[in-house]
Design a protein around this ligand. Structure first.
Ligand code: GDD
Ligand code: MG
Length: 361
């Protein structure tokens, strides 16, 4: 089977992290977002993943080369010269997606995390005889998403409304699809939205089906959702592979620490923390609800909560970093500095307090 991952967009909502790498390569739970997806696809027998890209393809491909060999999945790129939206890229990659067979293919938004229940999706898709299956999930705030109204017994989609202004329902498009090649006949080679132009038509032809996604789901394309997504992901690890989580007197709740990270004496870490490769966490540090990316150094007695610390940054001793502070790559925060929601661009030195949420350039 084949899969296409929609990788376009500039990831502006995840700046400053996306100033260093394209959004799908931003680490989530110690691994680039897109690798979680590629590994799950490989596990259900996908042999080729096509990245639909309109931004810095060479960065993605160079990075993923290593994983192509490791996972033995072919990873190719379909490059747009102008942004083609969420359906146009499928038309552009048509020849790569279909090889004469009638086999369905996967399409994924690159910024969604879940348990990726792809084998359940395949089984359901084969059972209903429609053209397309989308995964849906329940959320509290449906207006940010594509809302799906379905017939409960069969899963047939009655309506698909992208980002509705008035309440339509609370089941939303999770950005995970399985499509028959015939769907490609509905898409012209021009910028097109699959959510606004294609799904509503397939639904009115009564050929669109939806399956409620078991387990957790999150779009992690914004910092607050990224931190929530980390909590949900770690909860799910606790249920499904608890041995991957850290244990010990310094651990509180669900914590993922890379084997190459060093944790000093008297630290208290958790809940909902990921500490990446080669990090050094000095004695007495307090970490909760945060993501510490590769190569970061946190000095003695610093306290970090609800924040993301980008690659190779350092946080000084007794510093306090909180309230959705996002440090870009290679940021250096001085001793005893306080950050309340600072969003700091890469390669900065922060010597004075950031007292309210603001962008530091
Ligand atoms: N190749 C390519 N070209 N990809 C694109 C383009 C483009 O022009 N525009 C967007 N994408 C990719 C994004 O990188 C992302 O992976 C995916 O398409 C969806 O775009 P977002 O910008 O993240 O959309 P959204 O989050 O507002 O809404 C979408 O996702 C929701 C679930 O997270 C929609 O699919 C909603 O219906 C859905 O509920
Ligand atoms: Mg999104």
């Amino acid at each position: 089977m084949k899969a296409l991952i929609l990788v376009g967009g500039f990831g502006t909502r995840l700046r400053p992290l996306t100033l260093s790498v394209p959004k799908p390569l931003v680490d989530f739970a110690n691994k680039p977002m897109i690798l979680h997806q590629i590994e799950a696809l490989k596990n259900v027998g996908v042999t080729e993943v096509i990245l639909a890209i309109n931004y810095r393809p060479e960065v993605m491909l160079n990075f993923l080369k290593e994983f192509e060999d490791k996972l033995s999945v072919k990873i190719t790129c379909s490059q747009e010269t102008e942004p083609m939206g969420t359906a146009g890229p499928l038309a552009l990659a048509r020849d790569k997606l279909v090889d004469g067979s009638d086999e369905p293919f996967f399409v994924l938004n690159s910024d969604v995390v879940s348990e990726y229940p792809f084998s359940e999706l395949i089984t359901f898709h084969k059972s209903h005889g429609g053209e397309a299956t989308i995964m849906v999930t329940k959320v509290d705030e449906p207006s940010k998403y594509g809302v799906v109204v379905l017939e409960e017994e069969t899963g047939r989609v009655e309506r698909f409304v992208e980002k509705p202004k008035i309440f339509v329902g609370n089941k939303i498009n999770a950005g995970i699809y399985l499509l028959n090649p015939s769907v490609l006949d509905r898409i012209e080679l021009k910028p097109t939205s699959i959510e606004k132009e294609i799904f509503p038509k397939i639904a009115s032809d009564q050929k669109l089906y939806a399956m409620v996604l078991p387990g957790f789901w999150m779009d992690i394309g914004q910092p607050r959702d990224y931190i929530t997504g980390l909590r949900l992901y770690l909860d799910s690890l606790r249920k499904n592979s608890p041995s991957k989580l850290s244990q010990g007197v310094h651990v509180l709740g669900n914590v993922l620490v890379h084997e190459s990270a060093i944790i000093g004496d008297g630290c208290l870490i958790g809940p909902d923390v990921a500490v990446g490769p080669s990090c050094v966490i000095e004695p007495g540090v307090r970490l909760s609800r945060c993501s510490i990316m590769k190569g970061v150094k946190i000095k003695k007695h610093a306290c970090i909560s609800n924040s993301i610390i980008g690659w190779h940054s350092t946080v000084g001793q007794w510093a306090r970093i909180e309230n959705m502070t996002i440090l870009g790559e290679d940021v250096h925060v001085g001793d005893e500095v306080y950050s309340n929601g600072g969003v700091v661009l890469p390669h900065k030195d922060i010597k004075s307090n950031i007292l309210k949420p603001e962008i530091v350039m």
